[in-house]
Design a protein around this ligand. Structure first.
Ligand SMILES: [Zn+2]
Length: 127
């Protein structure tokens, strides 16, 4: 079945690093970020850019990762956020959708969110 998003297009995924397709993702993960964007727009905040979504196991292993993380299952995205206000509202949005795995990277200006229920739940990652 073709995956769809209310707020993001195929180009948004093509422009990620590494480039990927919306079709590499899990629909439940797309639904989660769409609900986050609904919440942000309701609160007069902008839609964040997706900087990273699906990654192949090979891509991750080449960078010293396990190759089994949520990105390799299409169940994680990194969203751009560079200001304190953007981080504040993304944190509110994360809580609004009951995302149980996330972490802010203050050096690279993104927040990782995933909904991989096979991994440890109720965790806020340090970077
Ligand atoms: Zn991530």
């Amino acid at each position: 079945m073709k995956l769809t998003s209310k707020h993001y297009t195929e180009a948004d995924f093509n422009n990620c690093t590494p480039s990927c397709s919306m079709q590499d993702m899990n629909q439940s993960t797309i639904n989660m970020i769409d609900r986050m964007v609904d919440f942000l727009l309701q609160n007069k905040q902008r839609k964040p850019r997706i900087t990273c979504a699906y990654r192949t196991p090979e891509w991750d292993r080449a960078r010293g990762r396990t190759g089994t993380g949520a990105h390799t299952k299409g169940m994680a995205v990194d969203l751009s956020c560079s200001t304190s206000r953007e981080r504040f509202w993304l944190d509110r949005a994360i809580n609004h959708v009951n995302c149980r795995r996330f972490g802010f990277n203050f050096q690279s200006n993104f927040v990782h969110v995933d909904n991989d229920t096979s991994l440890d739940q109720d965790v806020l990652f340090p970077y």
